[in-house]
Design a protein around this ligand. Structure first.
Ligand SMILES: Nc1ncnc2c1ncn2[C@@H]1O[C@H](COP(=O)(O)OP(=O)(O)O)[C@@H](O)[C@H]1O
Ligand SMILES: [Mg+2]
Length: 270
């Protein structure tokens, strides 16, 4: 029996002047649900053009973290900054403008069942762009072609497989030509080959559209393939962040246990 490795002190990602930073800055973000502190003074930075992958166990608050970035959830304490503007104090109008710069791929793709794939993808454009319907359709079709779904534009979501729905969700996320894309478990529930096709798409968007991305996943193969940096969420804080090489070689006991997928270690089983 080996002695448990000592737990390293949590890193300090606190930024002195978030108003002067490009990219996303989370400072001391705290959120409690029904007496449980899900986020507990969380600090994290995502630079412009960077892809940061957030890993962590189920229920640790990864989706909650993503929702805070675009203020679908309000923090109890702390602040969030996008390109130097504080999201947490933005008035309604400013918040809507800010959200237009974001594409979001939610868990389960969240397509509207009664609308065709093309209508789903073009929804943001028809509501916000002022483009005529024909042009909206054309742009939606272009986005569908980008994700390899050119043939299904007039089908309903129920006629598509899980992988196709994720890709349609991705087409919708890019239709507004966002500066940022937030992905919530883009490969979860897909077979490894379809999952890898999604990884390739994420890489392509990064390279061709230079988007800044935050990707939540517990798929380590995906994380290693797409990340510039990987950050691990545990007990409400980012306990580690590093490049793919750094995280592969870290001796941080919780990170090692997670990336090796072991039931034994400091994270425990439950
Ligand atoms: N809107 C909400 N109201 C109440 N509790 C919530 C809400 N959203 C998330 N939670 C709780 O916060 C915790 C973290 O959830 P979540 O971010 O979905 O975890 P993860 O995405 O890491 O699996 C869970 O215990 C969940 O039940
Ligand atoms: Mg989640």
């Amino acid at each position: 029996m080996t002695a448990p490795a000592a737990m390293p002190a949590p890193p300090d990602f606190h930024v002195a002047d978030p108003a002067a930073r490009q990219g996303i800055t989370l400072q001391g973000v705290t959120k409690t649900f029904q007496g449980r502190k899900v986020l507990d003074g969380l600090d994290l930075t995502i630079a412009r053009g960077e892809t940061v992958v957030i890993i962590g166990r189920s229920g640790e608050g990864k989706s909650v973290l993503l929702k805070h970035i675009v203020r679908l959830l309000e923090p109890d304490a702390g602040s969030i900054w996008i390109d130097g503007a504080e999201v947490t104090t933005l008035p309604r109008e400013g918040l809507f403008e800010m959200r237009k710069r974001f594409g979001m791929l939610f868990q389960g793709a969240a397509l509207f069942d009664s609308m065709t794939i093309c209508e789903n993808v073009g929804l943001g454009l028809s509501e916000h762009s002022g483009l005529p319907p024909q042009e909206v359709r054309e742009r939606a079709c272009n986005c569908l072609a980008m994700v390899g779904l050119a043939q299904v534009e007039d089908k309903l979501p129920s006629e598509l497989s899980g992988g196709m729905k994720k890709r349609a969700g991705l087409a919708r996320a890019i239709a507004m030509e966002p500066d940022y894309i937030l992905y919530d478990e883009p490969t979860t529930g897909l077979d490894p080959i379809t999952g890898d096709a999604i990884n390739d798409l994420i890489l392509k968007l990064q390279q061709e559209l230079h988007v800044t991305s935050v990707v939540v996943t517990h798929d380590m193969a995906s994380a290693f393939k797409i990340a510039d940096r990987v950050a691990m969420l545990n007990r409400g804080r980012i306990i580690y962040a590093g490049s793919v090489d750094e995280i592969r070689n870290t001796d941080h006991p919780m990170v090692r246990q997670f990336i090796e997928g072991s039931a034994h270690g400091p994270l425990g089983l439950f």
